[in-house]
Design a protein around this ligand. Structure first.
Ligand SMILES: Cc1cc2nc3c(=O)[nH]c(=O)nc-3n(C[C@H](O)[C@H](O)[C@H](O)COP(=O)(O)OP(=O)(O)OC[C@H]3O[C@@H](n4cnc5c(N)ncnc54)[C@H](O)[C@@H]3O)c2cc1C
Length: 241
C-alpha cells in the first residue's frame, strides 16, 4: 500500500527560499493550515548553507547617499540591462525589510564598533551595501530560519524525501510523489497548494561551486508538469569556476 499524506501547502525545498516561505506561510496562517517542507537532503545540508558573502540592501540612505533607485540601477547595469526590471524593483524594496526581519529573528550580522549592522562593497556597487555575517552568511541565515520554522507546530519537515513528480489535474496542482530515501518507500503527498524552491542547476555543468544536490530537479518537475520556465539561459556561476 502506498502511503498517502495530506497537507494544505507543500513546499519542495528547504534552502533559504523554502524555509523563508514556510516561515511566512506558518506566521500568516496562524496555525490554521498544515504545511510540509520536503527536502531530498536534510534541511541543513541544503546548498544555501554554503553562501558566504552576504546580501545587498539599502540600510543607511541618509548617511551614505544610497537609495533604492541606485541599488536598482546597479543591479540592472550589472545584468547588462537584461534583468527583469519589475523583479529588480521588488527585490530592492524588500531587501532592507528582510535584513532587519532576519536581524530580529536572530541572525548575527557583523557589526561596527557602535553595534550597527556593517556593510561592505561587492562587485558593481556604487556604494557598499553588502550585509554579511562573517564569511558564513548563508549558514547563519539557514540555522536561524531553521530554528524558527521548527517553532511552528503546523510545519512538518520531511527530510530526505526526493520529489519525483508534480501531480496535476487539468493544469491544477494536486500534490507530489516522493521517495523516502531512508526507507526507499514511495509516497503520495496531496496538497491544495505547492511552492517549488528547489534551487539551481549548477551540477549540470562541468565546473561549478554549487552543492552536489544542485541538479535542477525543480526545473524538470515543473517542465514535465507543463509549467513554463523563464530565463533558462542565465545560470549563475558563483564565485568563478
Ligand atoms: C560558493 C557560493 C557562494 C554563494 N554566496 C552567495 C552570497 O554571498 N550571497 C547570495 O545572495 N548568494 C550566494 N550564492 C548563491 C546562493 O547560495 C543561492 O542562490 C541560494 O542558496 C539558493 O537558495 P535556494 O533556497 O533557492 O536553493 P538551495 O539552497 O539550493 O535549496 C534547494 C532545496 O531544494 C531541495 N530539492 C531539490 N530538488 C529536490 C527534489 N527533487 N526533491 C526534494 N527536494 C529537492 C534541496 O534538498 C534543498 O533543500 C552563493 C553560491 C555559491 C555556489
Amino acid at each position: 500500500m502506498v502511503e498517502v499524506l495530506k497537507y494544505d501547502l507543500v513546499i519542495i525545498g528547504s534552502g533559504l527560499a523554502g524555509l523563508r516561505a514556510a516561515f511566512e506561510a506558518a506566521r500568516v496562517s496562524q496555525g490554521k493550515i498544515r504545511i510540509a517542507v520536503l527536502s531530498k537532503v536534510h534541511a541543513m545540508r541544503s546548498h544555501s548553507v554554503s553562501a558566504e558573502g552576504g546580501a545587498s540592501a539599502v540600510l543607511y540612505p541618509k548617511e551614505t547617499g544610497d537609495s533604492l533607485d541606485l541599488h536598482a540601477y546597479d543591479t540592472v547595469k550589472g545584468s547588462d540591462f537584461l534583468a527583469d526590471q519589475d523583479a529588480v524593483e521588488l527585490l530592492v524594496q524588500e531587501a532592507p525589510k528582510e535584513i532587519i526581519f532576519m536581524d530580529h529573528l536572530g541572525v548575527p550580522w557583523s557589526r561596527d564598533e557602535k553595534g550597527r549592522i556593517l556593510q561592505r562593497p561587492f562587485g558593481g556597487m556604487s556604494i557598499p551595501r553588502t550585509t554579511f555575517a562573517q564569511d558564513k552568511s548563508g549558514f547563519f541565515l539557514m540555522s536561524t530560519l531553521y530554528d524558527n520554522v521548527l517553532r511552528f507546530d503546523n510545519v512538518e519537515m520531511l527530510h530526505e524525501h526526493f520529489v519525483t513528480s508534480l501531480l496535476m489535474d487539468h493544469g491544477v496542482f494536486k500534490g507530489v510523489t516522493a521517495i523516502d530515501l531512508r526507507t526507499g518507500e514511495f509516497k503520495v503527498i496531496l496538497a491544495k497548494a505547492g511552492i517549488i524552491a528547489t534551487g539551481g542547476n549548477g551540477r549540470v555543468y562541468k565546473f561549478t561551486t554549487m552543492a552536489w544536490s544542485s541538479t535542477g530537479d525543480g526545473y524538470s518537475l515543473a517542465y514535465r508538469a507543463g509549467i513554463p520556465l523563464k530565463d533558462m539561459e542565465f545560470p549563475q556561476f558563483h564565485p568563478t569556476a
